[in-house]
Design a protein around this ligand. Structure first.
Ligand SMILES: Cc1cc2nc3c(=O)[nH]c(=O)nc-3n(C[C@H](O)[C@H](O)[C@H](O)COP(=O)(O)OP(=O)(O)OC[C@H]3O[C@@H](n4cnc5c(N)ncnc54)[C@H](O)[C@@H]3O)c2cc1C
Length: 224
């Protein structure tokens, strides 16, 4: 367990907020996640524990958690934290990462808040001066799109990076292949609400596509 001190927090879009913590020496690879405990959220793990991707790039030197602030006790306790207060982090890991040595083009598909690992990965490569050989298909429920400005800035600076934001449409395997037919030959990173990732991931897999998945429980097609 590592105690992480809150530095500040900020609104992103709609009910999405970013909570910025000191790293306390934690070193991570862009795209990884860890578990977090907030004892003040309740006595049971269902109340006081959640997993979050680290939405910041390692080179930013701070840990960002970006999440939809729901009515759950955990999210309410997180949102009530004051600068200087601590969250406990554990089990850093995950392989939803872009192989360091590879510049092979990839397709990224984000369902709403599932965009968090892509912010970390893309920003880290940008800061390291590497090409962003990627197409990001970003599906969001509403016009309030987290990280829209930051992602658009990256795409302006990197002609090899294509950003396609789609609002309010049902996400399907067919739609993904229509927007990014090259996915048939590339690695596809899929991140978003657990039911969406499971159903689309298996449909793409059946078509012979290599899919890396990041599943966010607690989200579905109504709240992602
Ligand atoms: C590897 C991994 C990475 C992840 N990364 C992220 C990330 O970067 N960002 C992120 O947001 N999530 C991430 N998640 C998901 C995260 O762990 C939570 O499951 C998710 O954020 C939902 O948490 P919640 O407390 O809002 O919802 P839950 O408590 O699971 O509730 C689901 C829904 O029920 C409603 N609800 C719950 N309790 C109440 C209540 N008491 N009263 C009224 N309504 C209620 C909530 O509004 C919510 O819409 C990740 C999960 C994994 C496994």
């Amino acid at each position: 367990m590592t105690a992480l001190k809150l530095i500040s927090s900020r609104d992103e879009a709609g009910n999405v907020r970013t909570f910025i913590f000191e790293t306390n020496g934690l070193a991570w690879i862009a795209g990884q996640n860890q578990g977090y405990t907030l004892p003040q959220a309740g006595a049971t793990e269902a109340e006081n524990q959640r997993w979050f991707t680290i939405a910041s790039a390692p080179s930013e030197g701070v840990i960002h958690l970006t999440t939809r602030v729901s009515d759950s006790r955990f999210k309410q306790a997180l949102n009530a934290m004051k600068p200087g207060e601590e969250i406990m982090a554990y089990d850093l890991g995950g392989d939803f990462t872009w192989e360091e040595e590879s510049d092979e083009p990839v397709v990224m598909v984000a369902g709403g808040i599932g965009v968090t690992p892509f912010r970390s990965i893309l920003l880290e490569r940008h800061k390291a001066g590497k090409p962003l050989n990627a197409t990001l298909l970003y599906f969001n429920r509403t016009e309030e799109v987290p990280f829209q400005t930051e992602l658009q800035k990256l795409s302006n600076k990197h002609p090899e990076f294509t950003l396609r934001i789609t609002i309010g449409e049902h996400i399907t395997a067919d739609k993904i292949l229509e927007l990014a037919p090259q996915a048939r030959k590339q690695i596809l990173y899929l991140s978003g609400p657990e039911p969406m990732v499971e159903s689309i991931g298996s449909k793409l897999h059946e078509r012979g596509i290599t899919v890396k998945q990041d599943r966010f429980p607690g989200y579905d097609d109504k709240n992602y």
